[in-house]
Design a protein around this ligand. Structure first.
Ligand code: UDP
Length: 333
């Protein structure tokens, strides 16, 4: 039986990953400080005999060291999330993203030197491409950040440092790591509290409020369903060809944010007047006067699909309808 450790396992993506690892038959340990995650995300499995849950921080060396005991794989998902949170709290973002990764890598390296190879999945982000103007982002493309006076870029830059460090441990010490850059991931349990667009749109549409679209709504994203993402991550970790490499992970079905708003409104009420149900606000009003957005973000998934066999199952409309179902069942209690 495999023993996996998931940091950030009470978070949105983490909790789905924990469920999938338990379904696979793993023993799973979770560390989460419940800052943006919540133990409620694990409600369905919290009493599972193969799950052990610790509320704590991955900045605690003793806890990390102890939690690595007997572990075969680590999925490091604990991180600062949400552009809004990041724009508001850059100190928290930088500290949460850099130090714990450094700590986990150094502890894994210590074990590695003693002959125990524990593979690490490092959750990174499409934010590392920054505002690169390319229409399609491939893993070897340049990272293009704005100035350090603009806090948004601290997220991508801090995750880029994590990637550099993980890849350096692979190159210099052959520590097995896989880096996954998540593009926009959505699904049940994603909170609207940290700025993510789909849960916000769904919440507003169900409450009969207007959907708030930033700027002109022509910015492009690709939204992947969380269960597809979890499958891809697990498959990458099982594949020795993935070791020491970076992968885009997400959907490559582009949609403009205004179109996303329309689809959510129609999914709730097919007869709704979509224009009357949307309002536009500037980035300055939404975030801060110096906010810069990434206008077009679509992953090139060639490398991923050359490496794994699994292909995502859920398209955007199915994803929207699943998030709606979840939100409705949640509000019914
Ligand atoms: N966005 C929006 N309305 C919202 C929240 C976000 O129009 O209520 C926009 C946001 O400006 C961005 C896109 O939707 O262009 C995706 O935002 P999100 O925070 O979900 O993800 P990210 O910016 O990391 O892609």
């Amino acid at each position: 039986m495999k023993h996996s450790l998931v940091t950030g396992g009470a978070g949105f993506i983490g909790s789905h990953l924990v469920e999938a690892l338990l379904d696979r038959g793993d023993r799973v340990s979770v560390i989460d400080n419940e800052s943006t995650g919540s133990v409620e995300n694990l409600a369905r499995i919290i009493d599972h005999e193969r799950l052990s849950y610790t509320k704590g921080t991955v900045a605690d060396r003793d806890l990390v060291r102890e939690s690595l005991e007997g572990v075969d794989e680590v999925y490091h998902l604990a991180a600062a999330v949400g552009v809004e949170l990041i724009a508001r709290s850059p100190i928290h973002t930088i500290e949460t993203n850099i130090y714990p990764t450094e700590l986990i890598l150094s502890e894994l390296d210590r074990r590695h030197q003693q002959g125990q190879a524990v593979k690490l999945f490092l959750a990174s982000t499409s934010e590392v491409y920054g505002k690169n103007p390319m229409k399609l982002y491939a893993e070897e493309d340049d990272l293009v950040f704005g100035p350090t006076t603009r806090a948004r870029w601290s997220y991508g830059a801090s995750k880029a440092i994590d990637e550099f460090l993980a890849l350096a441990y692979w190159r210099e010490h052959r520590l097995p790591v896989v880096v996954g850059r998540f593009f926009n991931v959505v699904g049940p349990r994603q909170s609207p509290a940290y700025g993510m667009v789909l849960p916000r749109f769904v919440e507003a549409a169900l409450a009969g409020r207007k959907l708030t679209v930033h700027d002109d709504g022509h910015q492009v994203r690709c939204f992947a369903y969380v269960l597809d993402i979890v499958r891809l991550v697990m498959e990458l970790m099982q594949n020795s060809e993935a070791t020491g490499r970076v992968f885009n992970i997400g959907s490559d079905e582009p949609v403009e944010i205004l179109e996303l708003a329309r689809r959510v409104i129609r999914a709730v009420d097919p007869a709704a007047d979509v224009d009357a149900r949307t309002e536009f606000i500037s980035y300055a009003e939404a975030y801060s006067p110096d906010f810069e957005d990434c206008r077009h973000r679509v992953p090139d998934l060639s490398r991923l699909y050359e490496t794994v066999e699994f292909r995502p199952i859920f398209g955007l409309d199915e994803t929207i309808s699943r998030v709606l179902d979840w939100k409705q069942s949640e509000s019914r209690g």
